[in-house]
Ligand binder design. Structure first.
Ligand code: ADP
Ligand code: MG
Length: 254
């Protein structure tokens, strides 16, 4: 934990009072968090993140990300119990080979290797773990018809998991303050329509594309709050979940 002894008792009380309604609201609700890739380069940030997860274990967590065993270890160190699994376990993620059609010649397809798309998610094993108070940490790997393995984009997996688990919240941690407009300003709130425009004019590109489409799908499927926030800020997630302050970009379905 970071040192909180320097905070005046009055301020501490204020912080706790502010957090209480959120603690009550989220009690027993499911949260899906995508953590990995660019947001988790620094081990100190990873440790902070794991502390937040354990501290907030009043809700049911599902974590999806690429660097599973690190997170499992950090959560154990912070006093929680995590179980690392891939989408192969418990028959969770059925996948198929991703088809990449050539942008210039649609009759041509590029071979993208063992990269896949989700066919279906069966969240049974995740539910069973949550029921016994374990924190599932899912690596985004699915299985095909011939039992072959596919790597799937972790944002897509987190979004789809949030959908099928009917999660209260989906948080995608990344390495930018959120979604930025053409001049680099943070867009705090995005609707489906605005997202279409940002896609069309090329404001959203690269790794932000699957993040935003997944986030929008989850919002449309009824996930209450979908946030893209900056994982490089220590305890970003704790602040996002337990304070009035909104960080990053919130995605709304309409
Ligand atoms: P992660 O590992 O968190 O998934 P990615 O590199 O896949 O990270 O996706 C985040 C990246 O998307 C940002 O670092 C940025 O380079 C890129 N990006 C593209 N368009 C935008 C945008 N409009 N706003 C913010 N980031 C964007
Ligand atoms: Mg990415």
């Amino acid at each position: 934990m970071n040192d909180v002894t320097h905070i005046a008792p009055r301020d501490k009380a204020e912080i706790l009072a502010q957090a209480l309604p959120y603690i009550r609201r989220f009690h027993g609700k499911t949260m899906v968090i995508k953590y990995g890739g660019n947001a988790m380069t620094d081990p100190e940030l990873q440790a902070d993140f794991a502390e937040d997860v354990v501290l907030l274990k009043l809700v049911e967590w599902v974590l999806a990300g690429e660097v599973q065993q690190d997170i499992v270890g950090f959560i154990h160190k912070a006093g929680g119990q995590a179980v690392g699994l891939t989408g192969r376990d418990g028959g969770m993620i059925r996948a198929k080979k991703l088809k990449m059609v050539d942008a210039k010649d649609p009759s041509k397809e590029h071979d993208v290797g063992q990269v896949g798309d989700i066919v279906e998610i069966n969240p049974g094993v995740v539910r069973a773990l949550l029921e016994d108070n374990f924190i599932p940490v899912v690596s985004p790997i699915g299985f095909g018809d011939e039992n072959e393995s596919y790597n799937i984009n972790a944002d897509v997996v987190a979004s789809k998991l949030a959908e099928v688990l009917r999660a209260e919240k989906l948080v995608l941690l990344t390495n930018t303050p959120g979604v930025l407009d053409k001049s680099g300003q943070l867009l705090t709130d995005l609707t489906a329509r605005q997202i279409d425009d940002l896609f069309a004019d090329g404001t959203i590109s690269g790794g932000m594309l699957p993040k935003i489409s997944g986030a929008l799908d989850a919002a449309k499927a009824g996930v209450n709050a979908v946030h893209i926030i900056d994982g490089r800020v220590p305890h970003a997630m704790l602040l996002e979940i337990l304070t009035d302050q909104a960080y990053g970009t919130m995605i709304r379905s309409h």
